[in-house]
Design a binder for this molecule. Structure first.
Ligand code: TEU
Ligand code: CA
Length: 541
């Protein structure tokens, strides 16, 4: 078990993200709950993870599935009482699993008491906790757009003012220039630390230091000053792990976020690699096949850039992203092989791996009828694209490929009704393929994707070279193979992965003749790589 009182334990850890709404329902209301998470802790322990990133369970009107918080110190009744949260923290800890809560500090819900006060009058003490500009109806301060569509400004007639929101209008942005507001947030964080929470994921943390008049949202001038204060005031204990979601981070900025002295955050969660498979300069809805050389160059840049100078997360899936096996693998004939290939490719690198619920089963994207979708981003996209003249079928294809609800269909536990997720009606339909793809089947099959993840987690603990070795990219121009070596003293690791459904040539470096196979998805390596083949070889000397 890791010593979690010491700074830096996250560098040996593997995390698992739970989207509680979709994980396990225990009371038949069709919505996952904390008792459901507790009931699955043995499964997570069997997988071997060290911590759970729990997507928001705070009180919320659920306009954005909990990323709109109306009380930072309360559990939403939908997920259960506070006692269930306390029990989850304790039961997880007893299994060596830390709970990492998901804090949304960039914005609150419009139903948060702060905002309800703030809208009352301009001289209300909470007014300045949010970002306001004077204006006339129909004439917002500028043309900035909100992430999920529409203007970033919403008018409040009785104030004659607009408030700023980077996401939906029910998610007003907090004003980090206001020190009382900041101190208020630190108080909420301390509440959870005292309850035994051992870390925090910080939602869109690169967007807190905004200057809307200069159209600045990400990486504002005061960002790192704010992060240092946050770290000093709220994350005082050495062992508290913090992971900052930062779409706007490049390698240089990430060195600040994750400086080894711990002055800001433990690690950064950035998306440069994720954004390579859409048309350059366009949105994620304009998908293109993953350009493998660009992907490899990106991973190499981060592996080199942060080695000894910062710390990165390793991930391909989360609750905002389509399922990786459907995205970069093959969710048909080669589903199991390609899911394992992607896992082996990623888990050989330096960083802290995050597994998103169901990724360890090779869960896939889904195609639902329009009226079954729940995500506000999908619903707004549909309206915008239809209004702009796209056909129903065209927009649906985008949603099938990229919609966030792909990640949010219920966890597939069994082949039975509703995949064992609920006895009621699930809030979002279960993927019909749960009949084949489910945890019961995976646990019963020694060749399942589950056991590949289990083994990869164990290998990271066994081999320092996986945690700390230097990184060398092989064959950078190859459009089908991703191969690299890791070196630490006498220990050498080779990872090779074929991203295609065809056999491809691959010349294994001679230094790995006689190496031991740590893990492979297609038996012992031969010459070249078979379709979606991947392996990890280890040799000393
Ligand atoms: O996501 C940040 C974010 O910018 C996303 O909206 C992202 O651009 C989008 O999902 C890609 O399609 C975080 C949370 O992870 C997300 O679930 C929230 O909706 C968002 O912040 C607002 O809190
Ligand atoms: Ca429930």
């Amino acid at each position: 078990m890791l010593d979690k009182t010491k700074r830096g334990w996250h560098k040996s850890a593997v995390f698992y993200q739970i989207y509680p709404k979709s994980f396990q329902d225990t009371n038949g209301d069709g919505v996952g709950d904390l008792r459901g998470v507790i009931s699955r802790l043995d499964y997570l322990q069997q997988l071997g993870i060290d911590g759970i990133w729990l997507s928001p369970v705070f009180a919320s009107p659920q306009k954005d599935n909990g990323y709109d918080i109306s009380d930072y110190c309360a559990i939403d009744p939908m997920f259960g009482p506070m006692e269930d949260m306390e029990e989850l923290i304790a039961q997880a800890k007893a299994r060596g699993i830390s709970i990492i809560m998901d804090l949304v500090l960039n914005h609150s819900s419009d139903q948060h008491p702060w905002f309800r006060e703030a809208v009352k009058s301009k001289d209300n003490p909470y007014h300045d906790y949010y970002v306001w500009r004077d204006g006339e109806p129909g004439c917002p301060p500028n043309d900035m757009r909100a992430t999920f569509g529409g203007s970033a400004w919403t008018y409040v007639p009785h104030l004659g003012q607009y408030y700023f929101h980077q996401f939906v209008p029910e998610q007003p942005d907090l004003n980090w220039e206001n020190e009382d507001m900041r101190r208020g947030l630190y108080g909420f964080i301390r509440f959870w630390v005292e309850k035994g929470v051992e870390g925090f994921r910080l939602d869109v943390i690169d967007q807190i230091a905004k200057e809307p008049d200069r159209r600045i949202t990400a990486n504002g001038p005061r960002l790192h000053e704010f992060l240092r204060e946050l770290s000093r005031e709220a994350f005082c204990e050495e062992g508290i792990v913090t992971v900052g979601e930062a779409w706007g981070a490049d390698v240089e900025r990430a060195k600040l976020y994750s400086a080894p002295d711990g002055s800001e955050l433990s690690m950064v969660f950035q998306f440069e690699h994720i954004e390579l498979d859409h048309e350059p300069g366009k949105s994620k809805w304009e998908a293109i096949p993953l350009p493998l050389p660009a992907f490899k160059a990106c991973m190499e840049r981060w592996q080199h850039g942060l080695h000894g100078k910062g710390w990165n997360s390793l991930f391909m899936d989360n609750h905002d992203l389509p399922r990786i096996v459907s995205r970069w693998g093959d969710d048909g004939e080669h589903r199991v092989r390609s899911a394992k290939m992607l896992a082996i490719m990623l888990h050989g690198m330096e960083g802290t791996p995050y597994i998103y619920q169901g990724e360890e089963l090779g869960m896939t994207n889904v195609r639902l009828p329009l009226d079954a979708y729940q995500d506000v981003e999908i619903l707004n996209l549909y309206d915008e694209r239809r209004a702009a003249g796209e056909s129903h079928d065209e927009v649906m294809e985008r949603i099938y490929a990229r919609g966030r609800d792909n990640a949010r269909t219920p966890m597939q536990w069994t082949a039975g009704e509703n995949a064992g997720f609920t006895t009621g009606t699930p809030w979002l339909p279960v993927n019909p393929n749960h009949v084949q793809i489910n945890a019961d089947a995976a646990l019963a099959d020694p060749d399942s994707v589950f056991y590949t993840y289990q083994r990869l987690i164990a290998l990271r603990k066994e081999h320092a070279v996986i945690r700390e070795g230097s990184f060398t990219l092989l064959c950078p121009e190859d459009e089908r193979v991703f191969a690299y070596t890791r070196d630490l003293g006498d220990a050498h690791l080779l990872v090779a992965a074929n991203f295609t459904a065809e056999p491809v040539p691959f010349a294994r470096p001679a230094a790995f003749d006689g190496a031991k196979t740590l893990i492979a998805n297609d038996g012992d390596p031969a010459d070249g790589l078979r379709p979606y083949e991947a392996y990890m070889l280890y040799i000393e000397g």
